[in-house]
Design a protein around this ligand. Structure first.
Ligand code: ATP
Ligand code: MG
Length: 362
């Protein structure tokens, strides 16, 4: 059992708070993805697990043992770095075999592991080359192969697919998921790519500015984002965000949006506290949940983007907010510049507090 656990872990670089009071854990069955924008502290969190940075405060455990000050070599982990460092004078084969040679594994077994990993990553024909004779994507695959030849307690991967082309990336994604299922080893995987997080993670930890924003299975994070940041970060195109107001009139509770008033059903209305006589609110709705028709929010269609299998209607509300509706590739669409209306059901709306940005639970 190789559970990894962050307990209130922070890392400061001088004044910079790279990781701020991080608490989370991942076990053998977990493919934990640390997801967030550039600079949010993902690599720093991973480097602390690897032993390349020491936490400023908090406790870090691997398999129950506190590892805050344990040497990297003493941790049974395998890591793929964001900047993959290969030995320039060794062949691809020798690079991949390196961690096995260092452990004095019998040659025959080394050979089997190296050829297995090379086959999985499409490197069979490149084993005699030097890193300098490879493309960036090929080098990245060598770094990945070198990490997976060992069967450590924990795999740490920092954006290992960033240099691969789209096809290779999709293929390698599936292979890593399969590898995880086969080895039943804890994976901690860093990326800023929400598609990787959605497709590979059993658990996603969304970070921003060093802080954990939400932790959960990818579908749950997508369906019920904890705050406006997560709502915007996960999903492509991202969730639409509109400023709205809640107000009471004639015994009914209204949601007021630019050019539209919606009477909220009683069960929704009673779950929303108003405090004063009105409340500013942030309303989110996913592009795929909008219906283009004759009623609803009045908008002007600015551009229709076609992706072949689907189209994105980039629209503008009466107060100038951009809102995107996603429709099928063969659905009839209004012309650029024309007026349209967008509607959805109340259940599809995500409501967030206007001040804190936190989800209003209902
Ligand atoms: N050695 C260091 N000295 C000073 N500041 C650092 C150091 N390493 C990281 N930082 C800062 O800590 C913050 C988090 O950096 P980190 O590399 O963990 O981000 P990241 O989420 O991995 O970003 P990216 O997606 O760009 O790789 C950043 O503001 C970064 O500038
Ligand atoms: Mg990084």
């Amino acid at each position: 059992m190789a559970e990894v656990t962050f307990e209130g872990v922070s890392k400061y670089f001088g004044d910079v708070v790279a990781v701020d009071d991080l608490t989370l854990s991942a076990g053998d069955d977990d493919f934990l993805v640390l997801l967030g924008p550039s600079g949010c502290g993902k690599s720093t969190a991973l480097r602390m697990l690897a032993g390349l940075e020491t936490p400023t405060s908090g406790t870090l455990r691997i398999a129950g043992e506190v590892v805050n000050h344990v040497e990297p070599k003493q941790r049974d982990i395998s890591m793929v770095f964001q900047s993959y460092a290969l030995y320039p004078h060794k062949s691809v084969y020798a690079n991949i075999a390196f961690p096995l040679r260092a452990r004095k594994m019998p040659k025959a077994e080394q050979h089997e592991r190296v050829t297995d990993a090379a086959r999985m990553l499409g490197l069979d024909d490149l084993l005699e080359r030097r890193p300098g004779q490879l493309s960036g994507g090929q080098r990245q695959r060598v770094a990945l192969a070198r990490a997976i030849v060992r069967h450590p307690q924990v795999f740490l991967m920092d954006e290992p697919l960033s240099n691969l082309d789209a096809k290779m990336r999709t293929q390698t994604r599936a292979e890593l998921v399969e590898l995880h299922q086969r080895l039943r080893t804890t994976f901690v995987y860093v990326t800023h790519d929400q598609v990787e997080a959605m497709t590979m993670g059993t658990t996603v930890a969304v970070m921003e500015a060093g802080r954990l924003q939400q932790l959960g299975p990818p579908q749950e994070v997508y369906d019920r984002p904890a705050n406006v940041f997560v709502a915007r970060f996960i999903g492509s195109p991202p969730m639409n965000i509109l400023d709205g107001t809640l107000a009471d009139r004639d015994g009914e509770r209204l949601l007021v949006l630019p050019g539209l008033e919606v009477v909220l059903p009683p069960d929704v209305a009673t779950s929303l506290e108003l405090g004063a006589d009105r409340r500013e609110i942030v309303v989110g709705v996913r592009p795929e949940h909008l219906i283009v028709g004759d009623e609803g929010l009045p908008v002007t269609v600015r551009v229709v983007e076609s992706l072949g299998h689907e189209r994105h209607l980039v629209c503008e509300t009466t107060d100038g907010t951009m809102i995107i509706a996603r429709v099928g590739g063969d659905a009839p669409v209004p012309a650029d510049g024309s007026a349209a209306h967008l509607s959805t059901t109340v259940e599809r709306l995500h409501l967030f507090d206007a001040v804190t940005g936190d989800r209003i639970v209902r």
